[in-house]
Design a protein around this ligand. Sequence first.
Ligand code: FMN
Length: 238
Amino acid sequence: MPENHLTPEHATISPAILYWGTPVVLVSTENEDLSFNIAPISSAWWLGNRCMLGLLSVSHTTKNLLRTKQCVLNLPSDDMTDKVNALARTTGSKEILTATAIEPLYYFKKSNGYQYVKDKFSHANLTPVKSDIVRPARAMECPVQMEGELVGVHEMMQDVEGEVLFAMEIKVLRTHVHENIRKSGTKNRIDTDKWRPMIMSFSELYGLKAKKADESELAEMEEEAYRGFSNPAEVDLM
Ligand SMILES: Cc1cc2nc3c(=O)[nH]c(=O)nc-3n(C[C@H](O)[C@H](O)[C@H](O)COP(=O)(O)O)c2cc1C
């Protein structure tokens, strides 16, 4: 058993959110009428060629993803706050317009000032461009765009009544990056001194510090050692 040390420098608190800091992803999906939706999501983490996304069940993005199994994960850089703020508190779901307290999740959005927006690409001054493999459009202004397919869904919070949250496993099929963040002299690597992801910490938007914190022991490993968990090194241009 650990000893019962006094830690006067720590306070015991109960935060309403636990968003300690994750990247912002603009997820584009296809609507039923074949137009496109795009929404900021920051519950995102990466392993191999997979991204796990945490999504509210009633979001339009969730419904589009479950129906079409396709999306693009567009990563904004930290100077794109105007786009992210334009998309914040919007939804592509019309259901919000008539929501009452009987539908608590839609009502949560409505009572917190969310608006229904049909064309969120235009609303945020983002330019839709055709993807190679999936139907949803990429957002041209984002320096990173990953075409992906939904390969797994886990219902989170099964200990509470009703479907509230889903963890959605996205398999990255193809990655497009802006040339100015590609590491010079390499084909498949990112220059981490140049790539400036946007991070959401609690509900605030941040960039990473301009300088590396330190040399990284893990970075001593060849990046290609991870290839077995990812896509082939050569992009198959079909
Ligand atoms: C920076 C930022 C991060 C967000 N992160 C998430 C998230 O991780 N998961 C989630 O369900 N909603 C998140 N939201 C809220 C969604 O964007 C919101 O539910 C939106 O209405 C979804 O749009 P849609 O209904 O058109 O899919 C975030 C919003 C912002 C502005």
